[in-house]
Design a binder for this molecule. Structure first.
Ligand code: PLP
Length: 394
């Protein structure tokens, strides 16, 4: 394996690298096989080397990878239409990552504010949020560690606790320059934090009453991950803006900001753009993801298999004193322990399974959506035994 001395040391990397994958499985450079419950952090929705996906992007690479947004991009127009149909939105802007999708949302919210005559329109964000690593999105992120060393942060954000409608309503009483609320329907990086039922509906009601845009960051939760196409559909509401990335391209970089109403009209020629955004290769990848999720009924499968995994984990380890909670929505699953547990990653790896630990104490499972029942059993076994072993360590 090559040394990483010529790479900026921005990541704490595990000492393994992968050679190839197939479905939910990865093979490392020494030939060891692992069940992948990380999926590139909720990216590889269809699993690795999915035959239709490989065929589609290979075909597209042989035809046309990139032109420019100076021209019509038919696949981009088609993807915009498909995403609007499945989300109930009206227009799409494409970038290359989650942070860029959120940047577009932040920019368009500010534009709507200026159109309404506000001088300093601000956006309400929440504690524990993760929205990206660009200057505006790291400011929107509710984690001091992400801010540290990058001050001065960007102005125009106001922070409130997550899952707290009263706090939001209170801001409404005291501030008239608010234009939008930006929230994750479930906080992924913060540890699969699922708000109380009714939270999204409550957000919608407050935003409606105060004339604010409701902007949902579905970068981790979107595309069927939670057992609905989008997490907001669990509460039957319609946001004004949603942002997507991660699994949208199954690993081919693409992000999207979707909007409706005034928010869909805010960005005009010259006000925003991206060289690579929505190029033919990325759009073909995303269209293929939509096709495969649809055709293979993966949204319903994620809901069913996710509920099964949570029930099995609950049954196997739910009563251990070290386990604080087992929770999930579709195939976005978290097991919260009472103490820091990064060591679980190594224990699970020894058992042949890749998992991630986020926010120090939460084991996060994000397997591909086409994980099979027998693979789910392997995953549950490995996670349960790793936690039991960890519980016995000092
Ligand atoms: N928003 C959420 C909810 C995320 O989970 C992430 C990444 O983890 C981002 C935004 C940032 O996405 P990216 O790393 O593609 O910029």
């Amino acid at each position: 394996m090559g040394s990483d001395q010529f790479l900026m040391q921005t990541y704490t990397r595990l000492p393994i690298g992968f050679d190839h994958g197939q479905g939910s499985w990865l093979w490392d450079t020494h030939g060891n096989k692992y069940l992948d419950a990380v999926s590139g952090i909720a990216v590889v929705l269809l699993g690795h080397a999915h035959p239709e996906f490989v065929a589609a992007i290979s075909d597209q690479a042989g035809k046309l990878v990139h032109t420019s947004n100076l021209f019509q991009v038919p696949l981009q127009a088609e993807l915009g239409e498909r995403l609007c149909a499945v989300t109930g939105m009206e227009r799409a802007f494409f970038g290359n990552s989650g942070a860029e999708a959120n940047e577009a949302a932040i920019k368009l919210a500010r534009r709507v504010g200026h159109v309404r005559g506000m001088e300093t329109p601000s956006i309400i964000v929440t504690d524990g949020a993760f929205h990206g690593r660009t200057m505006a999105t790291l400011t929107a992120t509710g984690n001091r560690k992400v801010h540290a060393g990058f001050e001065p942060l960007v102005g125009g954000f106001k922070r409130i606790p997550y899952d707290d409608l009263e706090a939001l309503a209170n801001v409404g009483k005291h501030r008239d320059e608010v234009i939008a609320v930006l929230v994750e329907p479930i906080q992924g990086e913060n540890g699969v934090v699922i708000p109380k039922p009714g939270y999204l509906r409550g957000l919608r009601e407050i935003c409606d009453a105060l004339g604010w845009l409701l902007m949902l960051d579905e970068i981790q939760t979107g595309m069927g991950r939670t057992g609905k196409w989008f997490a907001f559909q669990h509460e039957d509401i319609q946001p004004d803006v949603i942002t997507l990335a991660k699994s949208l391209g199954n690993g081919v970089p693409i992000g999207a900001c979707l909007a409706r109403g005034a928010a869909a009209e805010a960005l005009v020629p010259g006000s925003h753009g991206s060289t690579f955004g929505g190029n033919p290769l990325a759009c073909r990848a995303a269209l293929t993801v939509l096709d495969c999720v649809d055709k293979d009924n993966l949204v319903a499968h994620a809901a069913e298999l996710g509920a099964y995994i949570v029930a099995q984990l609950e049954h196997r380890i739910g009563a251990l004193p070290i386990v604080a909670a087992v929770r999930g929505s579709g195939l976005m699953i978290g097991v919260e322990l009472h103490r820091a547990c990064s060591e679980i990653v190594n224990l699970a790896m020894e058992a042949g399974v890749l998992v991630n630990v986020t926010n120090e104490r939460i084991i996060r499972l994000l397997p591909p959506l086409n994980l099979t029942q027998s693979e789910a059993d392997i995953l549950v076994d490995a996670v349960a035994s790793s936690i039991s072993e960890f519980a016995q360590s000092p």
